[in-house]
Design a binder for this molecule. Sequence first.
Ligand code: GRG
Length: 272
Amino acid sequence: MMNKEYLDEIDLAIRSALETKKPLYTPKLYKAMEYSLFSSGKRVRPYLMYLSADFMKLDKATILPLAIALELIHNYSLIHDDLPCMDNDDFRRGKPSCHKVFGEAMALLAGDALLNLAYETLVNAVAENGELAQAAAYLAKCAGAEGMIGGQAIEFSFEEFDETTITELYMKKTGALICAAVISPGLMGCDKEKFHALGTYATAVGLSFQLCDDLLDEEKNEEKSYLNVMGKENTVAMVNRLTALVEKTMSKFGKDAAPLIQFSEFLVHRKK
Ligand code: GRG
């Protein structure tokens, strides 16, 4: 239920951001980056950014560099998360993870290179259009120690989790990049009511996205998960509360908010 035209536009832009670098990057590094960036990722974050831009009545071409940077950052985080010193996962998206194919050193570097390409993209975009500066800085904050990296650090700081700590971990590790996707276009618009609604939407969808991930991975029985800490009934109840919050917050905007509401429902019912 994703708009194919939007997905194709996003995919083409990500492809061309990488392909223009092909003659400049060491071939093995390029291949490791390409392997990760084009291995059936759903493009949830840039897609959400597109929907949020539509909601704010912004030109999607304006925020496209932010959307590309966000997907580059997401992919770097997955490569690093799979490394033996992190989650030690041999598979990602049903295929051998980056370090299994290219070795640990090259995977580490591919993640670093995707992260740096993201910031190169952001800085170039801001240099061309100063109106992107605040959104770009917000995106960087969400990806860093106050956001996604902070969440990962919480995961490695505790042995035992209660509802408060596991929720903070989820809001940062997963929720922060969803906030970056949804709130960045809000920062560029001038409708305060819509901006506040996007904040609630992003927080609710970010948390529920990870809770649904737990439910999809139920058989993995992850120790540091909301599902393990709170049990299945509470996890499902929380997803339902968050879904209701999204609808209550967004439905007052009528048809303007319909794509965002529908996409949040699609994420809750996704199969992978
Ligand atoms: C190692 C810097 C660093 C950060 C790690 C994001 C993250 C923090 C770890 C990745 C593993 C994980 C459980 C992330 C939670 C977010 C999540 C559900 C990622 C998968 O996102 P999808 O489903 O992935 O959008 P695709 O494959 O569609 O791109």
